[in-house]
Design a protein around this ligand. Structure first.
Ligand code: NDP
Length: 246
């Protein structure tokens, strides 16, 4: 198999399902060796085994733990090659109204969604800088751009990712490393599966294109930003949201 990403090693956090899995699939089908990193060890291994092509593997890693991130990046480099594409996708929600939000719900969302991306970026960028080549894509959210009642923790974490993206982009541009973000709107995954029918209908009216997105809608854009077609793009946030955040 040959593709535009031949010879690249791509690490996708939270890649055992949902948007992360869709990104892993599109990167693999374009020739990258993919490392699926997840807190679900069996899920990561079985997702990696089902990807197109060969040389993929799954890794158990909590992105909120800096030490696990360094160990995992080193293990990937040894087994699959230096990481040249990093997709910071792992994310969680712990929604509640501001006055009811518990300290642990704030802390856990910031730790996984924002600190997790920082941990992985810091661990992976050294190898990219040495090669003077690399691409980092952070999966933010329209909620980080627009805000949402009941999601102060999530919105802050996703807005934080925008600042992280732009700062990393400025810091590493001269070293040949790009960093961009995708801000998905409402995408049909397990994360949004709990929305009731009325909420989904209401959402449809707030989305100019009138429907929820699919994981592949986000994956194709992440693949674009990660790949050679986006070689002169860095520090950008691309909304993939059916027009929600115009
Ligand atoms: P899912 O909940 O379907 O998948 C999230 C994945 O991340 C799961 O595999 C999960 O593992 C993994 N994960 C959770 N915590 C950690 C951790 N600490 N370390 C490593 N992996 C972890 O989410 P989606 O696919 O819907 O979302 C993916 C990303 O896209 C998230 O960052 C989310 O915020 C963002 N996003 C999603 C939108 C949507 O509408 N779905 C909209 C905008 C942004 P496990 O299976 O064990 O739970």
């Amino acid at each position: 198999m040959s593709g535009a990403l031949d010879g690249q090693t791509a690490l996708v956090t939270g890649g055992s399902r949902g948007i992360g899995l869709a990104i892993a699939q599109v990167l693999a089908s374009d020739g990258a060796r993919v490392a699926i990193v997840d807190i679900d060890e069996d899920g990561a291994a079985s997702a990696a085994a089902r990807l197109e092509g060969s040389g993929h593997a799954g890794y158990l890693c909590d992105v909120g733990d800096p030490r696990q991130c360094s160990t995992t990046v080193a293990a990937v480099a040894k087994a699959q090659g230096v990481v040249t594409i990093l997709i910071n996708n792992a994310g969680i929600t712990r929604d509640n109204l501001l006055l009811r939000m518990k300290d642990e719900d704030w802390d856990s969302v910031i730790k996984v969604n924002l600190t997790g991306a920082f941990n992985m970026t810091r661990a992976a960028c050294r190898g990219m800088m040495k090669r003077r080549s690399g691409s980092i894509v952070n999966i933010s959210s329209v909620i980080g751009l627009m805000g949402n009642a009941g999601q102060t923790n999530y919105g802050a974490s996703k807005a934080g990712l925008v600042g992280l993206t732009k700062s990393v982009a400025r810091e590493l541009a001269k070293r040949g490393v790009r960093c961009n973000a995708v801000a998905p709107g409402y995408i049909a995954t397990d994360m949004t599966a709990d929305l009731d029918e009325r909420t989904t209908r209401e959402l449809g009216t707030r989305i100019p294109m009138g429907r929820l997105g699919e994981p592949s809608d986000v994956a194709d854009v992440a693949r674009f930003l990660a790949g050679p077609e986006a070689r002169y793009i860095t520090g950008q946030v691309l909304a993939v949201d059916g027009g929600m955040a115009m």
